[in-house]
Design a protein around this ligand. Sequence first.
Ligand SMILES: *Cc1c(COP(=O)(O)O)cnc(C)c1O
Length: 443
Amino acid sequence: MSRRTRGRQEWDVRASTLARNTTNTIRNVVENLVVEPNPQKEFIALSIGDPTTFGNLNPPEQVLEAIKESVETAKSRGYAPAKGHLEAREAVAEYSAHQGNVTANDVILSSGASHAIELAITALADSGQNILAPRPGFMIYQTLAEGLGITVKYYNLLPDEQWKVDIDDLESQIDEDTAAIVVINPSNPCGSVYDKDHLVEILDVASRNHVPIIADEIYEHFAFSGHKFHAISSLSKDVPILTCSGLTKRFLVPGWRMGWVIIHDRHNIFGKEIRKGLNNLATRILGPSVLVQLALPNILKYTPQSFFDDVILFIENQAKSAYEVLRRAPGLRPIMPQGAMYMMIGIQMSLFPTIKNEIQFVERLVKEQSVFCLPGKCFEYPNYMRIVLTVPEEYLREACQRIILFCKEHVDYGDKRKEIENDDVTVTNTIEVLSESDISVHP
Ligand SMILES: *Cc1c(COP(=O)(O)O)cnc(C)c1O
């Protein structure tokens, strides 16, 4: 009997186009860094965007209790509808009332905010189309889009204007294949929090050009004193918006992988099609963890406001103290954040003639001072580095002192010394920087 098959004659198993074309910028950059800490100094990672890493920030008792209860509930072991249990979606709708009029029907639960972002992108964009994302910005957009043949085009944020969107640049990037504009507010990595007027400016661009918005609001409510978070959906008159958020950052449980997409479509522009599309896409993973879904109503209802207030206050104080120290570092220009968990620091590379770029800067900083910051390249933004503010106070303080020390050792004003000496303000800074008192290094 002939066994001739219609299959291949030999093994030839290849990775799919999607698999091959899916990349993660942060991972690629970090994997290629030479990170060899100085054995004389304890390693301090200011690079990890996971607030649970050091164990200093923990979810409140109520959140842990809610999960314990869920474990004991038989229902938590079974499947839920792909978009999530009704009770859980109702709880998210209520929790998200600040975004506008939200009902359970507008909520689709996801496996973390990144899955919510994937649902939003894949619901709106086809291969050959593009989405616009902020630069510097969180790079998950590229990871999710590129393998599918969806191009990510970047619009610039303005470091001298608290990282506001360069509105003209944003508008100039839009073409007829633009499927969505991504707005990350509050921002990772910038820590900016946009005021109402600025959000309206962004909405106007979207409205004029008839492009929907994907709002990444995983840092919703993370605003320092003097700043207020506004959900962009609450200000939209006509622009349809898919808002992505979740438990990850605000409840300090990234590992629980619980997020959601919320559909805002006052004028029924998305119509049934996008809603149905999102529901279809949700079935690809048969829905996120039911264990966490069943705990959601209690988590969202019983977490006390004081918990959120304490976390924000801690991060704000960390930002202030890091800023106060680093603004005195020769050659660095930290930009004081307005919220979220990060601070971007500009590096005046011309003052470090022996260091080629910001990648080498962070590598040498590890090698000499055992402090690791993420290079701007991770956010498509050279000449900057990002630090994480959720690390324990004493680590942040120590790390900042070591960064100062490093800068002093490598800064070379060269001919610029003259200009600087003519500038009173800078002279004061230079003198302060050169005094030994602030380079004491604590264990
Ligand atoms: C952390 C983060 C996410 C991803 O959140 P998960 O819930 O862990 O998937 C999405 N967007 C931004 C801007 C983030 O910083």
